[in-house]
Design a protein around this ligand. Structure first.
Ligand code: SAH
Length: 306
């Protein structure tokens, strides 16, 4: 455990990347440094790692968690969708392994002030990078027309009650009763008929997920970002991507499939025909693992680069 965040599918990631001394690794979503630490330990004493995160607070906690590795680690605050520029800035050339653990960390979810969680009272913020000045969840909830809210909730939340929820949101904002995470959770719970409440998750889970994805524009450019990451891989280098909802997983699956297509020269070989999912034991110990899906691919090539 690092800083309250338990990394997901660590052994599976290590088995795929098998970090080695002297190897160069890239963590596109370093978070609290859980996967990064495991990679650095497995590649001791000389594997190096570049860690990126969009959230300045994540970078601060990763810096603390990875301090012992000294010069072997380089951390950068930034959006992995600007990977080419970030890599160039630190002179990162070809990598032996890349990990992208998408979504939010427990550090973010567990901080009420950030507004990611329906179970604690907080402002409707949900920005991963609060210095970026982008729109908050409150901005979207108060400004989007009802139709657009319904679209966001249906598309990014895969929520069948999106229209009813959007209608209730618009009513609540008119009454001035939509300011906090609890307000939103109550509005959504009220909009979904009780007999249709999901069995294992809170009725507001999907709506919160949808807003988070919209606020952070999480699906925009994911495909290009992962392709840019794959271009950084050395021949036979490997990439592991962990997705937490089906929209993300679909992007990963289709990208891998396209790059491995038999026409032309395939760029990668897919290592996971089906996504790898956490064991029952892992899920019992770490609820965040519940929806994780790991896919991996290996860069084709014979050592001549390209
Ligand atoms: N693997 C990490 C946890 C990662 S959680 C660990 O073991 O500790 C996912 C992280 O991805 C979060 O910290 C989030 O801020 C970051 N993130 C999400 N979208 C990002 C993006 N577009 N660019 C960079 N980081 C991003």
């Amino acid at each position: 455990m690092t800083g309250g965040h338990t990394p997901v599918l660590v052994q599976e990631v290590l088995a795929l990347l098998h970090p080695r001394p002297g190897g160069v690794y890239l963590d596109c979503t370093v978070g609290a440094g859980g996967h990064a630490r495991a990679i650095l330990e497995a590649g001791a004493p000389s594997a190096r790692l570049v860690g990126i995160d969009r959230d300045p607070e994540a970078i601060a906690s990763a810096r603390e968690a990875l301090e012992q590795f000294g010069e072997r680690v380089r951390l950068m605050q930034g959006d992995y969708r600007e990977l080419s520029q970030l890599a160039a800035a630190v002179g990162l050339g070809q990598c032996d392994g890349i990990i992208c653990d998408l979504g939010v960390s427990s550090l973010q979810l567990g901080d009420p002030a950030r507004g990611f969680s329906f179970s604690t009272e907080g402002p409707l913020d949900m920005r991963m990078d609060r210095q970026g000045g982008a729109r908050t969840a409150r901005d979207l909830l108060h400004r989007l027309p009802e139709q657009e809210l319904a679209w966001v909730i249906r598309t990014y939340g895969e929520e069948r009650w999106a229209r009813r929820i959007a209608r209730r949101i618009v009513a609540a904002r008119r009454h001035g009763s939509l300011e906090t995470t609890r307000d939103l959770a109550a509005v959504v719970s009220g909009a979904v008929p009780r007999r249709y409440w999901p069995r294992r998750i809170h009725p507001a889970t999907r709506t919160f997920q949808a807003l988070r994805i919209a606020v952070n524009e999480e699906l925009d450019g994911l495909d290009d970002a992962l392709e840019a990451a794959i271009r950084l891989l050395a021949p036979a280098g490997r990439i592991c991507v962990i997705a937490f909802h089906s929209l993300e997983d679909r992007v990963v699956k289709h990208l891998f499939r396209r790059l491995a297509a038999p026409e032309g020269v395939p760029a990668v070989r897919v290592l996971t025909r089906r996504p790898i999912t956490p064991s029952v034991e892992e899920i019992a110990g770490n609820p965040r693992a519940r929806s994780a899906k790991l896919r991996a691919a290996e860069r084709e090539g014979n050592g001549h680069g390209g």
